[in-house]
Design a protein around this ligand. Structure first.
Ligand SMILES: C[S@@+](CC[C@H](N)C(=O)[O-])C[C@H]1O[C@@H](n2cnc3c(N)ncnc32)[C@H](O)[C@@H]1O
Length: 244
């Protein structure tokens, strides 16, 4: 008769499983539901932009777009190009994008939190950026296939229990040859602290690369934020929807 291991530990994704003699104990990661996330971000909405600014994220977003522009890595978007910001929050990433890259693009801001969307609407209006606001889960976007000329998204994918589904939906609405520019939380000590507070996940470059490839994105390139705290907490990946 085969004897059972006395002690064994297995890490399966973000779950842990211990086998101790004849017992198996598992610790399973649970993610907030869309309703819980929407309520959490509704409560955070009023202070969100100020906190982002104080922590240097708004500045870092601006510097990132400038460095991508200087490196000539992005398409030359025409006036009225359709750009979607998935999980737009208070529009910090979109505002920096519009300022540095495409002031005349039309931004569609998608989010599950009505309060975040209301602030995004105000800020985009004040900055005179052409836009529309859409309350939706980014995994079920109410747009036709190949509708957008580009998708941008900062610190949102890590909130999804199934990020592969989010990426698949983003790729569906992207025009072939167009880019997704994605900022995510890094898998390091600071990332883990953020994860503890917000209940999100962190990504390593390898994990994100696999997910992006599986979703049909090619020519992946990875970047660090050029400045500040954001450099420690986050990294950026650009991928293009295959045009074949
Ligand atoms: C960490 S905040 C980032 C906001 C903004 N992108 C920024 O960089 O400031 C995450 C945002 O994603 C939104 N969000 C979370 N899950 C979402 C989902 N499934 N679909 C759309 N938005 C979502 C939240 O409501 C919140 O506004």
């Amino acid at each position: 008769m085969k004897s059972r291991p006395k002690f064994d530990v297995a890490i399966i994704g973000s779950d842990l499983e211990w086998t101790i003699g004849w017992w198996r104990v598992s610790l399973q990661r649970v993610y907030p539901t869309v309703t819980q996330l929407s309520q959490t971000y509704d409560r955070a909405a009023l202070q969100w932009h100020e906190h982002l600014s104080l922590l240097g994220y708004c500045h870092a977003y601006g510097q990132l777009w400038k460095s991508l522009k200087d490196a000539d890595l992005l398409p030359h978007w025409q006036d009225n190009s359709k750009i979607c910001d998935c999980g737009i929050g208070t529009a910090a990433f979109s505002l920096a994008f519009a300022r540095a890259i495409a002031p005349r693009a039309h931004i569609t801001g998608v989010d599950v939190s009505p309060q975040m969307l209301e602030i995004a609407r105000q800020k985009l209006s004040q900055a005179k950026v052409s836009h529309q606001i859409c309350q939706s889960d980014l995994r079920k976007l109410p747009f036709a296939d190949e509708y957008f000329d580009g998708v941008i998204s900062a610190h949102v994918l890590e909130h999804l229990s199934n990020p592969e589904q989010g990426l698949k939906e983003i790729v569906r609405v992207l025009r072939p040859g167009s880019p997704l520019i994605l900022a995510v939380t890094r898998s390091n000590l600071i990332g883990r602290l953020i994860q503890w507070h917000w209940g999100n996940r962190c990504f390593s470059q390898t994990e994100l690369s696999e997910l992006m490839h599986e979703a049909g994105l090619t020519n992946l390139q990875f970047f660090h934020f050029p400045v500040g705290l954001t450099r420690l907490t986050s990294f950026v990946c650009i991928g293009f929807k295959s045009s074949i």
